[in-house]
Design a protein around this ligand. Structure first.
Ligand code: NDP
Length: 300
């Protein structure tokens, strides 16, 4: 059997269209334009690319984009003051501080300073607590994107055995909470898990968020399972020429696709969903801030 490919690129385009429709309706019916502020500290090239893409897609969705680029020597107090200013700005409905921050800045202090209602990354402890207690939260974008793809592909997730490999605060743990919220029986595996292969083989839904290239082979996958590969790893690709590299996931795609029922590729799977969900979260935050109905299908 060859697995169905879950096309994250196409799905993300659909999500962005839905967001754009929601934004257009807000403007037309209420005269409100959702706004996303992105704060970048320093010159990290990967972060610069992310921020540029976020700004571009925000504008394409019809939202206002506010970019704040600060020198990597910016004192923590100045960054906190900017966050405070954005918290009080009624044109800003979502605030994202691009991580990582320079060493002299206390990351947790900055994240804690963001108004939880504008915390479109879902990293504030209040949102973590709301998600953990099954209440309305701002949900981290990557696991939200995975949940949307799973619901789209499988319909109801209720009663399914889900295994999440990885327990980070930004992917593994919120992913597990979301699956629990959809009534899966959830196992969270990590570097100390014993007999990981056997644990993975029980999964109807297998989510890999580890950061180790191709570590999950096809024979760890239950026949017919739905596999979501969050990993983004760069490995040497001598077949493309000397010094060339390519992206692979945490799952060994070639062997897993022979066993799984459906699988996300890398690239083109989970990756494109992350920014789409950031836009969805900004629209949601804007609706909540204005006491309006939330967009359907774009929240957890
Ligand atoms: P972290 O490094 O924060 O967490 C990795 C997790 O994997 C940890 O919980 C760790 O366990 C676990 N782990 C490490 N080695 C093993 C092992 N041999 N067996 C089982 N578990 C193991 O990573 P992130 O969650 O931030 O990211 C995971 C991957 O997802 C990365 O490749 C990252 O690039 C990608 N990513 C992709 C995004 C996207 O948009 N598609 C967004 C965010 C991340 P322990 O806790 O015990 O150390």
């Amino acid at each position: 059997m060859t697995a169905t490919l879950i096309d994250g690129k196409a799905f993300a385009a659909r999500v962005r269209d839905e967001v754009a429709k929601g934004v257009a309706a807000l403007k037309r019916d209420h005269g409100i334009t959702p706004g996303l502020a992105v704060v970048l500290v320093g010159e990290d090239p990967a972060s610069q690319v992310y921020v540029r893409n976020k700004g571009k897609q925000t504008i394409e969705a019809g939202m206002a984009s506010f970019e704040h680029k600060l020198a990597d020597t910016t004192p923590e107090a100045d960054l906190l003051a900017l966050v405070e200013k954005l918290n009080g700005d009624p044109a800003v409905h979502g605030i994202l501080v691009q991580l990582p921050l320079p060493d002299h800045v206390d990351e947790s202090k900055v994240l804690a300073a963001i108004d939880p209602a504008k915390d479109v990354d879902g990293f504030h402890v209040l949102n973590v607590g709301l998600l953990g207690t099954g209440q309305k939260a701002m949900v981290p974008c990557t696991p939200l994107g995975c949940l949307m793809m799973l619901r789209d592909h499988l319909g109801s997730l209720s009663g399914k055995n889900a295994v999440v490999v990885g327990r980070s605060n930004i992917v593994g743990k919120p992913m597990a909470q979301l699956l629990l919220g959809d009534s899966c029986t959830v196992t969270i595996a990590h570097s100390r898990t014993q007999d990981l292969a056997e644990v993975c083989r029980r999964a109807d839904i297998l989510v890999a968020a580890v950061g180790r290239p191709q570590m999950i082979p096809g024979d760890w996958v239950k026949p017919g399972a739905t596999v979501i590969d969050v990993g983004i790893n760069r490995i040497p690709a001598p077949e493309k020429g000397e010094g060339k590299t390519r992206l692979v996931g945490d799952v060994d795609f070639d062997s897993a696709r022979e066993v799984a029922g459906a699988i996300t590729p890398v690239p083109g799977g989970v990756g494109p969903m992350t920014i789409a969900c950031l836009l969805a979260n900004t629209l949601t935050a804007c609706c909540r801030a204005n006491g309006l109905a939330e967009p359907e299908g774009l929240t957890a």
